[in-house]
Design a protein around this ligand. Sequence first.
Ligand code: FES
Length: 201
Amino acid sequence: MKTPTKSRKRGTPAPVEAGQATRPKRSKVALPVPSPITPAVMAGVLAKHRGKPGELLGILEELQTLHPHKFLPLATLEEVAEQTGVPASQVFSVATFYTFFNLKPQGEHTLVVCRGTACHTRGSKARLQTLKRILNLKEEEGAEKVFLTTDDKRFTLKTVACFGQCALAPVVEVDGRMRSHVTEVCLKELVDGLTRGGKRK
Ligand code: FES
């Protein structure tokens, strides 16, 4: 004869029998931000730029802007190649050639310190060290360029060879806006303001 099962209210955990092993609780794992580049979004972006001069650049720029972490994931580049018929090697070389494009996730705010000759002679190295100290960032050993993101993903600090604004040295770009003749004091104020001010616009 079949042993009758006791009815249990929905959502009530089953009683643990003596000797029965209890399952360890599953820890919560933070899921990655879902990509906003759905097939429909991709189709819209491609249609918007189709046949226009600089089509590929326009597509990549818009897709990067749409990503919450302002970068172009590998899958996005592959999709662009597939959908446009442009060879993947060409799409990758465009994305890697222009410093504007990011292949790694960015923090909410991006600070780019110019390390060109004019900026260097006017103290850009010291400005870079100041920012690393303020943001508590440690440089990757042997890295040619700086590309560091804070643990809380609020700030990304990068370097660039030259912005072409040498007369304004030292130059630091903050969230796409060029800041000229930057001093240590103004950098501290900038970071303080961004820390208090919340998300990137
Ligand atoms: S060296 Fe910094 S803008 Fe040219």
